[in-house]
Design a protein. Structure first.
Length: 318
C-alpha cells in the first residue's frame, strides 16, 4: 500500500579524499589528494623529498647521497641532535660524532598523528602529520656510552597545501639534567645560487665559520652568496620569516620558526663541494642553499622530566 507520508531518505555524506601513506623499505611516503607529497627515510628521520601539487621538488638531494643507512643522508632535511658541528672538548657530547647521532640513527615510524584523524571533514584532506620517534633504548651500546642520558624524541613532519612543517620535541626521561643543541639542516632546491637573496638578517650578529668563527654584524639588506658560506645568525625573532628570493623569480621560500632563534646559512661552493665524496654533482652547490633553523649558538638545558619543542614551517612560492 502506498503511503502518502513516506519518511525522507537519509542523506549520505561523501567522505572527502584522504591523504595516502605508505611504508616500505624504511621509507615513509605521504601524498595529499591535491598532489603535494613528502618522503621521509627512517634512517635519520630525514625528509628527502617535498613536492608541491605541480610536482616541483623543493629540497635538494645529492645524487651521491647514501640512502642505505651507511652514513648520514646528504640533502633533504637531516635532524641534528644533541650537538651541532664538531663536539666541543670537555663537554658531555665530546665523544659524539659531528652533528650528533639523530641523523644516523634508525627512527621508528609512530604513524599518522591522532590529531589529524579527528580533523573535520572540510580539512582532513588538506594536511597530514607524520610522527617519528627515537629514544635512548634504540641507540647502540656504543652511542649510549658516549651520551648516557635517558631521552625521547618525537619528530613531526606535517605536509599541507600551504607548505611543510617539521618540529622536534625533546623529553628528558631520566633523573639527570642534560643540555643539547638542535638544528633542522634544510637543503632548499634553487635554480641558480648567483641570483639568490636572503632577507631578514640585516642587523643580526653572526658567527662566520669561514673566517675562523669570528663574530660579525650583518650590514646588507639581503645576503647574497658568491663564495663558501657558513654562518650562524643569532638572536632571530622566530615569528619574522626568513625569506629566500631570486632576483629573477621573486620570493621562493618563507621560513618561520618556533623555539628556534638561530639560523645557519650554508653553501659549500666550488672547492668544498668537490672535496665531499657524497656531494654530487660537483656543481650541485649552484642548485642548493641551506637555510637551517636551530638552537645552536648556546646550549639548551633540560631538567629531569621536562620537555622542549621547536620547529619550522616552510612556505614555498605560489
Amino acid at each position: 500500500m502506498d503511503r502518502s507520508k513516506k519518511p525522507a531518505a537519509i542523506g549520505v555524506t561523501a567522505t572527502p579524499p584522504q591523504p595516502t601513506i605508505s611504508l616500505a623499505n624504511n621509507v615513509v611516503q605521504a601524498t595529499l589528494p591535491s598532489g603535494e607529497s613528502v618522503t621521509v627515510h627512517l634512517y635519520g628521520a630525514t625528509v628527502t623529498s617535498w613536492k608541491t601539487a605541480s610536482g616541483a621538488e623543493q629540497l635538494w638531494l645529492s645524487e651521491a647521497a647514501a640512502l642505505d643507512g651507511s652514513k648520514p643522508i646528504r640533502g633533504g632535511i637531516p635532524v641534528v641532535f644533541p650537538v651541532f658541528g664538531p663536539p666541543p672538548a670537555n663537554h658531555a657530547t665530546s665523544s659524539l660524532p659531528q652533528h650528533g647521532f639523530a641523523r644516523n640513527s634508525l627512527w621508528e615510524f609512530l604513524g599518522k598523528s591522532s590529531s589529524e584523524s579527528t580533523a573535520s571533514s572540510t580539512t582532513a584532506d588538506n594536511a597530514v602529520k607524520l610522527d617519528f620517534g627515537l629514544s635512548s633504548s634504540m641507540l647502540s651500546n656504543d652511542t649510549k656510552s658516549k651520551w648516557p642520558y635517558e631521552f625521547g624524541l618525537v619528530y613531526s613532519v606535517t605536509l599541507s597545501r600551504e607548505g611543510l612543517g617539521t618540529s622536534l620535541q625533546v623529553r628528558n626521561q631520566g633523573s639527570e639534567n642534560f643540555e643539547f643543541q638542535v638544528l633542522l639542516h634544510t637543503y632548499l632546491a634553487i635554480e641558480d645560487i648567483s641570483t639568490i637573496q636572503i632577507k631578514s638578517l640585516q642587523g643580526k650578529s653572526y658567527i662566520d665559520k669561514v673566517l675562523n668563527a669570528t663574530e660579525h654584524t650583518e650590514t646588507a639588506t639581503t645576503l647574497q652568496i658568491a663564495s663558501e658560506t657558513d654562518r650562524v645568525y643569532k638572536g632571530l625573532d622566530p615569528a619574522v620569516p626568513i625569506v629566500v628570493s631570486s632576483a629573477s623569480n621573486g620570493d621562493l621560500f618563507s621560513i618561520t620558526r618556533e623555539g628556534l632563534t638561530d639560523a645557519v646559512i650554508w653553501n659549500p661552493w666550488i672547492e668544498k663541494a668537490k672535496g665531499m665524496g657524497d656531494f654530487s654533482p660537483d656543481d650541485g652547490y649552484k642548485k642548493m642553499v641551506c637555510v637551517e633553523a636551530g638552537a645552536v649558538s648556546s646550549w639548551t638545558a633540560l631538567e629531569a622530566g621536562e620537555s622542549w619543542e621547536g620547529g619550522q614551517f616552510i612556505r614555498p612560492s605560489a
